[in-house]
Write a protein that binds this ligand. Sequence first.
Ligand code: AQP
Length: 329
Amino acid sequence: MNDKKILFSGVQPTGDLHLGNYLGAFQNWVNLQDKYNCIYSVVDLHAITINYDPEKYQERVLKTVIDLLAMGIDPQKSILFVQSQVPEHTELCWLLNTITPVSELQRMTQFKDKSKQNIANVNMGLFDYPVLQVADILLYKSEFVPVGADQVQHLELTNDILKKFNNKFGEYFSKVETIISKGERIMSLADPSKKMSKSLGENHCLSLRDDPDTIRKKIMSAITDQGPTENGEMSAGVDNLFKMMELLGDEEIVKKFHQDYHQQTLKYSELKIALVEVLINFLKPIQEKILELENNSDEVVKILEQGTEKARAIARVNIREIKEKMGLV
Ligand code: AQP
């Protein structure tokens, strides 16, 4: 290994990846590949904490891997693997469970939100989800984690738990730094008070696989008509459209739309039409690459096998050291 620091991040195979995932996390995943030793995982064990279809699950996982490769994750530079193929993740989760206060997990907003969404299935895995996430990160002694703003609380927990570990068993883990991008929180198109989320449903998300007609339909019907807020700020829906435009569009055009907005001459339909064009052009090469990879799934499986091997090689060494520290060897 070289002397670059280790960066880890994961994504759940819960549905087609969307623009929020991309702008909040994957854009950074791709851009940081030269700066760090990057380890990226499709975290399938996290995603089974909510209802899922076991028959279609492997297909779902493979689709997520293909989306990541199409977006620019380069297996020559980064390790890409599926979480359940490296059993040390669950082993470390158990070890860390023994030093995690239940009261900390009860505070987690994601647990509270997901419990409300899945009232009939509030399982132990959902509650323990953040500790598995801490294990994912610490198993590789990662020091950097690029995520969207919704994950900041889990990253704070990571630093709390690693501090507890170091205090109890001796210095081992370094502090973990969260890398947040400018697109840290992209909102739902149908309800801009909520973050764009796979589990909210199709019309809330702009999927990276959406064809031009679907993109047009979704953006043109995105909620904007709430008017400025009481303190004169942009409404959440309009702000969301501007954010997407700023992150993917041409600077000059964005500047002009801003001027129009301030002079109260902006027509939302014009902003939307421009955004549709930007999105279609942005997604075209990704979608072409997806098609190419789908016709070459043997190659994708090979990439995953190599990624698993590399991840396990690191995980085996680290878990042994961790167990030694804990008096288990
Ligand atoms: N709306 C968002 N804006 C910015 N970043 C986001 N992320 C998710 N939604 C947004 C970031 O994307 C990465 C991968 O997310 P994930 O699929 O592992 O989990 P998630 O945060 O739970 O994403 P979803 O779409 O909301 O999935 P479901 O509905 O299945 O729970 C993470 O870094 C996340 O911060």
